[in-house]
Design a protein around this ligand. Structure first.
Ligand code: RB5
Length: 142
């Protein structure tokens, strides 16, 4: 199960990503928001991060105008490693190196075509499991 959430700045992009998840038959839980009316991104960042931290969802996707505010919020929740990505190289590296469990993007930064490729890369890339990366992830968790 994938947790997805956004503020108004990421709302349109969230709809595109949901279309993609549905096209792949991937299950998701939408934590809002549900329109382009201005809202406070910490509400949605926290809800998605808590669902992932509790294990209710295995991965999360968060969207705001820049991806910055909502990733800062998510990273305050213990157990969350949220990565703000604007390119596929970073999305792949944050899975193989950081075992990131939340992807954040900016709806005012990346277009829908690139965003979907970033989501695809993030979801399909496993953690490398290499000792040096596992050790560093463990250090983050400490
Ligand atoms: C909302 O205008 C904007 O500040 C928010 O979407 C996000 O970019 C914050 O980091």
């Amino acid at each position: 199960m994938i947790a997805i959430g956004c503020d108004h700045g990421g709302y349109e992009l969230k709809l595109e990503i949901i279309k993609y998840l549905e096209s792949r038959g991937l299950e998701y839980k939408d934590f809002g928001c549900h329109s382009a009316t201005p809202v406070d991104y910490p509400v949605y960042g926290r809800a998605v991060a808590q669902a992932v931290a509790k294990g209710e969802c295995q991965r999360g996707i968060l969207l705001c105008g820049t991806g910055i505010g909502i990733s800062i919020v998510a990273n305050k929740v213990p157990g969350i490693r949220a990565a703000l990505c604007c390119d596929c190289f970073s999305a792949e590296a944050t899975r193989t190196h950081n075992d990131a469990n939340i992807l954040a993007m900016g709806g005012r930064v990346v277009g829908p075509g690139l965003a979907v490729k970033i989501v695809e890369t993030f979801l399909d890339t496993p953690f490398s499991g290499e000792e040096r990366h596992a050790r560093r992830v463990a250090m983050i968790e400490e």
